[in-house]
Design a protein around this ligand. Sequence first.
Ligand SMILES: CC(=O)N[C@H](C=O)[C@@H](O)[C@H](O)[C@H](O)CO
Ligand SMILES: CC(=O)C(=O)O
Length: 320
Amino acid sequence: MGSPRKKLQGLVAATLTPMTENGEINFSVIGQYVDYLVKEQGVKNVFVNGTTGEGLSLSVSERRQIAEEWVTQGRNKLDQVVIHVGALSLKESQELAQHAADIGADGIAVIAPFFFKPWNKDVLINFLREVAAAAPSLPFYYYHIPALTGVKIRAEELLDGIQDKIPTFQGLKFSDTDLLDFGQCVDQNHQRQFALLFGVDEQLLSGLVMGATGAVGSTYNYLGKKTNQLLEAFERKDFSSALSYQFCIQRFINFVIKLGFGVAQTKAIMTLVSGIPMGPPRLPLQEATREFTDSAAAKLKSLDFLPFADLKGGNLGAYS
Ligand SMILES: CC(=O)N[C@H](C=O)[C@@H](O)[C@H](O)[C@H](O)CO
Ligand SMILES: CC(=O)C(=O)O
């Protein structure tokens, strides 16, 4: 603690919370899950107990145990384990923040409270500051997801001068499609001290062009390898290949969105692709149907069998 930390970069998988058929947390597969992400997907950072992890549907005790399991199983395997500690109760959020520090997590993230909502930037910052102060040694990330929280305070406004108020502020997880707002976050991050992590997987390439320093998302659980190829192509300025990868990812996400896509469906896809049972989601989410899983499986298969070279003659011709 206290030593300068490595900046959070590259892909960060928003982890699912494995559950048994009885709706209990299935801690026994988290070790396997870590190995799968690292070895099969090339993903070495995780974001635990967020949207994808059904964090807001879990008890505080469950959240603590899950965080602990990821930190323990991830030791010497993962680069960073960031714990989402947002809650409607400031007290619970502080408890989780302190717990994350105690167990040796690498950072904490917080969403805006979404029942009684902060209606301006100052109120939101006051709330975030109180949580961050409960873990003064841990990097703090704001998790901007206005479509789910209903808190639409712009991220670029929040970022302006934030380190004076929250000294541990280290960055942002930006889960919104407003590239003006995101671009203005990047623009004011002159010293590049913050991690600006893009959170809309189907639009990652746009986020990268706009200056994202990394990405957090649900699809990196099972499309991490493919997305890493996108990142590599972008790094070497091979934008034609980067776009091919993005389109391939979009074809899949577009397909499942039309069938109805959320955390329950992500659990079904991950179970299918990784072989690790993620189980059903917790109410109010409903388990994915067999029909969904079969269609998603067929789509994944067809995309994997389509080599990127074959795309060149088609709609990507103009870019190659
Ligand atoms: C609302 C939501 O869950 N967003 C996730 C992260 O923020 C994304 O990773 C999406 O699941 C992904 O972009 C697919 O739409
Ligand atoms: C996508 C993401 O970051 C989350 O599930 O919280």
